[in-house]
Write a protein that binds this ligand. Structure first.
Ligand SMILES: Cc1cc2nc3c(=O)[nH]c(=O)nc-3n(C[C@H](O)[C@H](O)[C@H](O)COP(=O)(O)O)c2cc1C
Length: 316
């Protein structure tokens, strides 16, 4: 079940996705955080923030809508309190960062460079760009690329950078290309899908902010499609595949599409031990198909003639 995150070897490929396990502490009463492949923190900004007004969660038949926003303690408190806690419990910490300007992302990267024990940085690009009337960085390849370049320029070279992409674009491969071109070591996909629910009882939007991000089983086919397209275009670029993973079989599907690591998000909200369970189930799934290791299944759905399969064969 071993997997790689940059130069680091992980015990398994299953990661707690950003925002669904806080800074990891919240999981500890249910599971041993050292046994999760890695914990991706809630996205951290430079300053503490309270997030969006309530209600900010709404359930749908097969997913969750959230408009929690970027609630968090800010980088100082994260570095003083949360990161040391994760490390002292033997967890591997992937730090998700979020900014309102390209400069803020660079500042966060510089702060993380000075910290010990950061296994990787995940750049949350689904944040409103204050300099472009709140348009999300993730929606434009050039803007997304400029964020990645700013992070790469300020971050220690031995810390890998994953750019987390939004599925709410016409051409996710173009955004992926800009991020890889700007120095991303890997990609993380997908973030939530923009959605909305209206409460017929009140005849008003269910969320205070009207729109929110849809996550959970409903978005898994979107995640599989995005991972497939990006893996096909960039064989060899590591992908954290996230979106609607609830079982080991779901994780296997994203690995087959080309992800090499798996993020579990919404499933944690109703089953805090979901990461450990998915690891167990994935192990059973791999055994059932006769795969000796996770690497045996990565990208296998692309077939012998796909670009991904050819790229993997060349590297073998
Ligand atoms: C309540 C909630 C908070 C989230 N917060 C963040 C966040 O801070 N940063 C981020 O990059 N993604 C965040 N996400 C997105 C998840 O990390 C994940 O990409 C998405 O939910 C899809 O995976 P899932 O279907 O397994 O939840 C959040 C998702 C949820 C449900």
């Amino acid at each position: 079940m071993r997997a790689r995150l940059g130069q680091l070897e992980l015990p398994n490929p299953v990661l707690a996705a950003a925002g669904c396990a806080g800074a990891g502490r919240e999981l500890a009463q249910f599971i041993d955080v050292a046994r999760v492949g890695a914990v991706i923190s809630k996205s951290i900004m430079t300053e503490p923030r309270t997030g969006n007004p309530a209600p900010r969660l709404a359930e749908t038949p097969s997913g969750l809508l959230n408009s929690v926003g970027l609630q968090g303690p800010g980088i100082d408190a994260f570095l003083q309190r949360d990161l040391p806690w994760l490390l002292s419990h033997g967890a591997r910490a992937v730090v998700s960062i979020a900014g309102q300007t390209v400069r803020e992302y660079g500042t966060l990267a510089a702060r993380l460079s000075d910290a010990a024990g950061v296994s990787a940085v995940e750049i949350n690009l689904s944040c409103p760009n204050a300099e472009e009337a709140g348009r999300l960085f993730a929606l434009d390849p050039a803007t997304a690329g400029s964020v990645v370049a700013a992070v790469r320029a300020s971050l220690r070279h031995d810390i890998p950078v994953f750019a987390k992409l939004s599925p709410d674009v016409t051409d996710i491969v173009a955004v992926a290309e800009a991020c890889v071109g700007a120095g991303a070591d890997g990609l993380s996909l997908i973030n939530v899908v923009l959605g909305m629910a209206i409460d017929p009882g009140t005849m008003r939007p269910a969320l205070a902010g009207a729109y929110g991000g849809l996550s959970g089983p409903a978005i898994r086919p979107v995640a599989v499609r995005c991972v497939w397209q990006v893996a096909e275009a960039f064989p060899g670029v590591p992908i954290i595949g996230t979106g609607g993973v609830r079982t080991g079989r779901d994780a296997l599907e994203l690995l087959l599409a080309g992800a090499s690591l798996i993020g579990v998000g919404t499933a944690i909200v109703h089953d805090p031990s979901a990461c450990s369970r998915v690891v167990r189930e994935l192990e059973e799934e791999l055994a059932a198909i006769g795969a000796d290791q996770v690497a045996d299944v990565i990208g296998q759905a692309h077939g012998a003639h796909g670009r991904l399969a050819r790229g993997l064969a060349r590297r073998a």
